[in-house]
Design a protein around this ligand. Structure first.
Ligand SMILES: NC(=O)c1ccc[n+]([C@@H]2O[C@H](COP(=O)([O-])OP(=O)(O)OC[C@H]3O[C@@H](n4cnc5c(N)ncnc54)[C@H](OP(=O)(O)O)[C@@H]3O)[C@@H](O)[C@H]2O)c1
Length: 244
C-alpha cells in the first residue's frame, strides 16, 4: 500500500482482462479501490475474484457494460462513484482492433471501432470530469497506441480511432487542467494480450511488451508531483524482430 493511492478510487474500462486487468491489479495492491467494466459477465466475475484475492471484497467492484453506449458509460461512472464515494482515476482502456484493407472493412466494423475506442473515451470523460471536480481533481489516462501517430496498411479504422483519442485528449487536457485534473495519454507498441484476435504463439512472443509494463507507466505517471503533467508517452518493445 502507498500513500498516493490509499483512499483513491479508480475506474478501469475493459479492466477484466488484458492490459486493463494488468493496470487494475497494481492499483488495488497500492491501496486504491477499483471499479472495472466489460461486456463478458464470466470474465468480469473471474477478474473480480482475482482482485478480491489481492485486498478483500471491499477493494474492488464492477459491472457488465458496453462502452459503445453513452448510457452504459454514464451508469458505470455513477456506479463507481456511488460504490466508493468518489472518483480519482479514470483509465480509458477498453478497445478493439479490426485490421482490414479499407475496401474490405464493413460499415459496422468501422462504427464498432470508432464507438469503442474513441466515442467511449468522450462518454466516460464527460461523466467523470464533474465527479472529479467535486473532490478537487483527478487523473485521466487514455490507453492509446503507437498507431495514433503512424498509419499502417489495414489500420484505417483503428488508426483513425487512436489518432482521434490523442487529439481529444490534448484538447480536453486544456479544458480541465485548472480543475486539478491531469490527462495522460499512453501509446504502447505491441503488448502480449488477446488484442485483435492474437492467439497461441503469436500471443506469447517474448519480445512483446507485457500488460505490467503499461501498468507501471500508469503508476509512475500518477506519482509525479501534482504540478507536473506527463501528457503523452510512447512505450515500445526494445527489441522487436528485425525487419528483413
Ligand atoms: N495489445 C496491444 O498490442 C495494444 C497496443 C497498443 C494499444 N492497445 C490498446 O490497449 C487497450 C486494451 O487492449 P488489450 O491489449 O488489453 O486488448 P484485449 O486483451 O482484447 O482487451 C480488451 C478489453 O476491452 C474490453 N472491451 C472491448 N470492447 C468493449 C466494449 N464495447 N465495452 C466494454 N469493454 C470492452 C474487453 O472486455 P470484454 O470483451 O469483456 O468487453 C477487454 O477487457 C485497447 O484500447 C487497445 O487499443 C493494445
Amino acid at each position: 500500500m502507498s500513500m498516493e493511492f490509499e483512499e483513491k478510487v479508480a475506474l478501469v474500462t475493459g479492466g477484466a482482462r488484458g492490459i486493463g486487468l494488468s493496470i487494475a491489479e497494481p492499483l488495488v495492491r497500492e491501496g486504491a479501490s477499483i471499479f472495472i467494466c466489460g461486456r463478458n459477465p464470466t470474465t468480469l466475475e473471474t477478474a473480480l475474484g482475482r482482485l478480491h484475492n489481492l485486498r478483500g471484497e471491499s477493494g474492488a467492484a464492477g459491472t457488465v457494460a458496453d462502452v459503445r453506449r453513452y448510457e452504459d458509460c454514464r451508469s458505470v461512472v455513477q456506479h463507481a462513484a456511488t460504490r466508493f464515494g468518489r472518483l480519482d482515476i479514470l483509465v480509458n482502456n477498453a478497445g478493439v482492433g479490426i485490421f482490414k484493407p479499407v475496401d474490405q472493412l464493413t460499415a459496422e466494423e468501422w462504427d464498432a471501432t470508432i464507438q469503442t475506442n474513441l466515442s467511449s473515451v468522450f462518454y466516460c470523460c464527460r461523466e467523470a470530469v464533474p465527479v472529479m471536480r467535486q473532490h478537487g481533481g483527478g487523473h485521466i489516462f487514455n490507453i492509446s497506441s503507437l498507431l495514433a501517430i503512424h498509419g499502417i496498411a489495414g489500420g484505417s479504422a483503428y488508426c483513425a480511432s487512436k489518432f482521434g483519442v490523442n487529439g481529444f485528449a490534448e484538447a480536453m487536457m486544456q479544458d480541465v487542467r485548472y480543475d486539478g485534473i491531469r490527462v495522460s495519454t499512453i501509446m504502447p507498441g505491441s503488448v502480449a494480450t488477446d488484442f485483435g484476435g492474437s492467439t497461441g504463439s503469436n500471443l506469447h512472443e517474448p519480445w512483446k511488451l507485457s500488460g505490467k509494463d503499461i501498468a507501471q507507466a500508469v503508476i509512475d505517471i500518477y506519482r509525479y508531483p501534482s504540478l507536473a503533467l506527463v501528457s503523452r508517452i510512447e512505450i515500445r518493445p526494445s527489441q522487436p524482430p528485425r525487419k528483413q
